[in-house]
Structure formats: C-alpha cells, structure tokens
Design a protein around this ligand. Structure first.
Ligand code: IPD
Length: 277
C-alpha cells in the first residue's frame, strides 16, 4: 500500500485556495498601476514590491496554520533565506510567476504554490488572477481548472505538437546559443511554438491539453513545483530534458502529453546544466 502523507492535503488545499484568491486581488489591482522594479540575478530578472508582498502574505498565512513547515520562496531566496529541500513538509512558492509579464501588463501572471513532503510533490496550485483561471491537483486525485477536471492532449509525436519554450533570464552567450538551437529545432519540427512568459502558465497549458510539450533549462524550483504535480495528475509526463528523472532542485524540466512525445525530445536537444540553487 502507498504510504499516506503526514499532512492533511485537503486542509492545505483549502488554505492555499483562500490565500491565493486573496493575494490574487492585490495582483489584479497592481497590474494596472506603475511598478517599482528592481533586478536580481541578471539585468532582466525582475522583482517588484508586489512579488515581495504577495510572498509575505502567503508565507505568513501558511505559517500561522503550519508553524513547523518549511518554505522555499522566490523572493525569500533572493533576500538570502536559502532553505534546502529536506523530507519536512515544504511549500515551494512563486508569488508572481511571470514578473516580466506583470511589469508590462501582459496577462500571463500566476501565483504558483507546491507542497512537497518527503521530497515528493503532493499538492499544487497555479492561479492566474487576471484571467481568473485556478488550476489545482492533489496527488492521486486528478487535476482541475476552476473545478472542472482537465487532462493532457493525446499528442504522441513532435510533428503533431504545439510547444512552449522560454528565453529565460540568463544572458550568457553559451546559454543564448543553446536556447536558440533548441527553439530552432522545435520551430522546424512542431506545429508551432509559443512563449507564455511564465513557467507555471506553460505547465498549466500542458495539463489543460492546450499545449503538448514544454521544455526549459535554467528555471527554478518555485517556477515548477506546482506545475509538476498538476501535469502528472492531468495524465502527463514530467522528466529531465536529458531524459532522466525530473529533480525539482535541478532547474530543468520537460513536460509532455505522453511518454512517446517526451522520449522523442532529449537526444535532439542541446543541454544546459545551470548551477544549483
Ligand atoms: C520566470 C518565468 C519565465 C521563465 C524564467 C522564470 P519569474 O519566473 O517563469 O517564464 O522563463 O525562467 O525565472 O521570474 O517571472 O518568477
């Protein structure tokens, strides 16, 4: 029998649903206003006051109910609070995934919250408050968009697929040349390519069956913790872009509608291995 999770996942989901809807109101108001922008790791890795405020709201709200739980949050990490992933229940949070979209008023902006227990994804929530799209999954219970069940598409090969890619925020020549090569490969062989500007959004689109494949190298655990479980619960496959097992802290992801499609991709990609967080 599969081991049961030590936390009550339905109570956790109720809590983060309430908190994300509350935080979503702030994002909806602020997207129309002038923002104060700072940069982090690179000149195009942005943070705004809203990212910081939303992360604080979420962490404080969760901590009130679960004082012993751990947190890996994008903005706490940037501020020097660098928690490692352990077997303890850990909330992995991106308060505004798609910060560049948020800065420009482009509507692909998501709150992304994943809960990992014993190093295994148990729950994920992705909320786009601008488009009012709320994606959620609990391990073993399927994936939902606004309370309707969702499933991945039936695509089994690249030549039938729509692919999400990102240019990311790393600016080195090596990285740019690898990304350009991989995007060129998809552009040549797929139905089309899209760039949502939010990893969480891209993963939600694979889960919803609106896109068949998403590959990115150089993102972070908070960009993909929720999407990883939502794609799997929608019947999709999540692996490392080189073909091995997906590792949340390795900063690389390949999410696909099927095993066949996932397996077709790795040998055709140039690989980039970012430094671990
Ligand atoms: C970024 C977005 C973007 C992806 C970057 C992420 P942020 O997250 O998800 O789509 O290409 O790798 O860092 O900074 O907007 O939270």
């Amino acid at each position: 029998m599969a081991p049961t999770c030590s936390v009550n996942l339905h109570e956790c989901l109720d809590l983060v649903t309430r908190l994300s809807r509350q935080a979503g109101k702030l994002i909806r108001t602020r997207i129309r206003q002038k923002k104060t922008i700072e940069t982090k790791a690179t000149s195009i890795d942005f943070v705004t006051e809203t990212d910081q405020e939303v992360e604080k709201m979420l962490i404080e709200g969760i901590r009130q109910k679960y004082p012993t739980h751990k947190f890996i949050g994008e903005e706490s990490f940037a501020a020097g609070i660098k928690e490692k992933l352990t077997s303890e229940p850990t909330w992995v949070i991106d308060p505004v995934d798609g910060t560049t979209n948020f800065v420009h008023g482009y509507p692909n902006v998501c709150i992304s919250i994943g809960l990992v227990v014993d190093c295994e994804a148990q729950l994920g929530v992705i909320f786009n408050p601008i488009l009012d799209m709320f994606f959620r999954a609990i391990k073993g219970e399927g994936a939902y968009l606004n309370d309707e069940p969702i499933t991945v598409s039936s695509s089994k090969c690249l030549s039938d697929s729509l692919v999400s890619v990102e240019h990311g925020s790393i600016r080195t020549d090596e990285f740019r040349s690898i990304v350009s090569h991989n995007i060129g490969y998809f552009a040549k062989h797929a139905h089309g390519i899209r760039s949502g500007g939010s990893a969480a959004w891209n993963l939600a689109m694979v889960a919803k069956g609106a896109c068949d494949l998403y590959v990115e190298m150089g993102l972070h655990a908070w960009d993909m913790a929720a999407g990883n479980i939502i794609v799997r619960e929608a019947g999709g496959v999540v692996i490392d872009p080189a073909g091995g097992e997906f590792q949340l802290m390795n900063r690389r992801i390949l999410a696909a509608s099927s095993k066949e499609l996932a397996n077709e991709i790795p040998s055709n990609l140039k690989q980039y291995y970012p430094e671990h967080d």
